[in-house]
Design a protein around this ligand. Structure first.
Ligand SMILES: [Zn+2]
Ligand SMILES: [Zn+2]
Length: 230
């Protein structure tokens, strides 16, 4: 699938049923998430089609440690040498490559089926070393400034990433935008997941990218606020 520009400086890299995003900064390229296993060629193709070499990928930031977000990470790091970032609560899953903490389907009719199809807690992926743990509230000096917002619920170590220069939120699986803006397919804790959706809805951003589904390219925080705001 072709590389799609979301906004200036950001491309969506389609990785099958999951998305990754490539940000172009003054400090080289930053990749958000790394798809299921065996999808590294999508990232390498994207980097080359933008006229860069693989060693220009400097940072690989994970929204969380699920197999559809860290699956191709080890292969990507091997070729690029990128520095890796993940919240400490998910680092053991990345280090072991599975098993993964179980999910309960989201409270909608399709979720039990989708959860079974797309999430297997016993899946194994190639382990990946994490160079830097992420902390809630920190401003990562990467790609001009990325704010880290801890958003547990779907996954205990999930973070949303607010890329300040483009006012774009990388939501991971705090929400999805498959059939409209809604829940991810499952939660470790629905209560914490709702609190995280409200936390994200209180932020101000124009554009949102998701682990699954299409980006929202304008008025994105209004859409979140409409859905989950108080
Ligand atoms: Zn997930
Ligand atoms: Zn996912």
């Amino acid at each position: 699938m072709a590389l799609k520009s979301v906004i200036k400086g950001v491309h969506l890299v389609p990785m099958g049923t999951a998305n990754a995003f490539l940000i172009k900064g003054n400090d080289g390229l930053t990749l958000i998430d790394a798809g299921f296993p065996g999808k590294e060629s999508a990232v390498f193709g994207a980097i080359r089609s933008l006229g860069h070499s693989l060693d220009q990928l400097k940072h690989l930031i994970f929204t969380h440690g699920h197999p559809d977000h860290i699956g191709s990470a080890a292969a990507i790091v091997r070729e690029s040498g990128a520095r890796t970032y993940l919240h400490p609560l998910d680092i053991p899953m990345a280090r072991s490559g599975g098993p993964f903490r179980p999910l309960k389907p989201a409270p909608n009719l399709l979720a039990p089926l989708l959860c079974k199809l797309f999430f297997n807690p016993n899946e194994r992926v190639e382990p990946v070393t994490i160079d830097q743990p992420l902390t809630d509230g920190e401003l990562l000096p990467v790609a001009g400034g990325i704010e880290i917002i801890h958003t547990p619920g779907h996954c205990a170590g999930q973070v949303a990433l607010l890329w300040r220069p483009g006012r774009m939120l990388f939501a991971g699986d705090v929400a999805s935008n498959m059939m409209g803006l809604g829940d991810p397919l499952g939660f470790e804790s629905l209560e914490e997941g709702r609190a995280s959706q409200r936390k994200v809805a209180s932020l101000s951003f124009d554009v949102a990218g998701f682990g699954h589904g299409k980006p929202i390219t304008r008025d994105a925080s209004n859409r979140f606020h409409h859905q989950w705001g108080i």
